[in-house]
Design a protein around this ligand. Structure first.
Ligand SMILES: *Cc1c(COP(=O)(O)O)cnc(C)c1O
Length: 417
């Protein structure tokens, strides 16, 4: 459930008319609903209320400081994948004691930064990374708390670009090697083994792959215990899907029930790294129609937001809904909704039934709260969009639209030119 609804013919975010925001802020902009973000975070958190757990929101889904601050205020931690995300999480006030650090390519300087901040744990993805972390921690006179990210070889049945738990993916340590890697980790002086981690993919719409993966890592936890390696945290990653079109993903409560049933006697603190399920449907991208075109075979609606603002449709061929900001009762047309970028791959929707938009009309691309702004770029030297948050009947800009001068920040013409 989200708070983007029509009152009469006007699209509202909570109590605010979306047209009014566009008038004040200009277009394009990302628009987030405080009530929706809160509701989704709490629904996830409550699904595990009966067991010890920690919700480490996956920063890469939407890393705006305001969004991070909101979740930290609700008791959330963070799952980070870079030094930059650590910087954001700390700046937003997230307790380092609730930060877990994932990713296959952590650099030594990033490890140092995270050790200095004393984060909860590193989710280590390889033998070499384990050695590097041991060295860095030793140099700093610290012990690094770790989980190994185990790759359980389970098919998450999602888009290949966002499948991570299969043998052929670059992520984690194959489950068949996990025991020996754990023994090795346990022998290292500056490493403290505290957990087991797995994350099998994103936009999962079934519970079964999660349960299949969980069964495998649970067996590992028990094996490790037998060997005297005590596992305190079981990190089950993120990946729960949302409805973009007609998907029917499990509700967090059902996902919670399935996980709790498998883990209740295990005596671990469960860690989750949800991203999309919390922020995805809490945001839209608002764009204004610049021109329309009747091609020989197709109609085109050309808006002022493109693939540099919202990459998912062109990157994964994903479906995202197109909503008129002011509804008309004219007959729908079939059109491609495209941006101004010089690539034929620059589209937000293909062959979609939409209202016959005219220049100056506003539309909102639904489900843009996750992997929207964070995947945006300056391609075609386009300024990145503004971000706005609504709470009740008020709204504030939480990131200014970039200026032209931002586009050349740090660039220098060398002395020999
Ligand atoms: C991307 C990612 C997540 C979040 O995935 P969602 O599908 O957005 O929930 C969690 N953990 C790791 C390690 C990730 O890479």
């Amino acid at each position: 459930m989200h708070h983007f609804n029509y009152k009469e013919d006007d699209l509202y975010c909570e109590e605010v008319n979306v047209s009014k925001i566009a008038e004040e802020v200009g277009t394009p902009f990302f628009l987030y609903s405080h009530a929706t973000l809160t509701r989704h975070f709490e629904a996830f958190d409550k699904a595990f209320a009966e067991v010890p757990h920690l919700v480490c929101y996956s920063v890469k889904a939407n890393s705006n400081l305001a969004v991070l601050r909101l979740f930290s205020g609700l008791g959330g931690g963070a799952d980070i994948v870079s030094g930059g995300e650590l910087f954001r999480a700390i700046k937003a006030g997230i307790d380092p004691d609730k930060i877990v650090y994932s990713g296959v390519g952590k650099k030594e300087e990033e490890m140092e930064y995270a050790l200095k901040e004393n984060i909860l744990m590193f989710n280590v993805e390889s033998h070499q990374e384990l050695d590097a972390l041991n060295t860095v921690a030793g140099r700093m006179g610290k012990k690094a708390r770790i989980s190994l990210r185990v790759n359980p070889d389970v098919d998450p049945k999602t888009h290949p670009y966002i499948s991570t738990g299969l043998k052929q993916n670059k992520f984690g340590i194959p489950i068949s090697d996990a025991l020996s890697e754990y023994r090795y980790a346990n022998s290292l002086e500056n490493i403290e083994v505290v957990g087991v981690d797995c994350h099998i993919g994103s936009q999962l719409t079934q519970t079964q792959p999660f349960v299949d993966a969980l069964k495998k890592v649970k067996a590992l936890v028990l094996q490790l215990r037998d060997e005297g390696i005590n596992i305190k945290y079981l990190d089950l990653g993120g990946g729960l899907g949302i409805t973009y079109d007609e998907e029917e993903p499990p509700h967090p409560t059902d996902y919670g029930k399935a996980i709790i049933a498998e883990t209740k006697d295990l005596g671990v603190i469960l860690v989750f790294e949800p991203g999309r399920v919390i922020v995805g449907n809490a945001g839209v991208l608002v764009s204004k129609v610049t021109y329309t075109k009747e091609g020989e075979e197709k109609n085109f609606i050309i808006g002022d937001a493109g693939m540099n603002d919202l990459a998912r449709p062109s990157l994964y061929g994903s479906y995202q809904g197109i909503m008129a900001v002011k509804k008309s009762d004219e007959a729908l047309i079939v059109a491609d909704v495209v941006g101004p970028i010089c690539e034929s791959g620059d589209f937000l929707a293909k062959d979609r039934e939409v209202q016959p938009f005219k220049p100056g009309d506003l539309f909102a691309v639904a489900s843009s709260g996750a992997y929207g702004f964070t995947m945006s770029s300056n391609y075609n030297s386009r300024r990145r969009a503004a971000e706005v948050m609504v709470k009740g009947d008020s709204f504030e800009v939480i990131r200014e639209r970039e200026e032209y001068s931002d586009l050349v920040k740090g660039e220098k013409i060398p002395s020999f030119l």
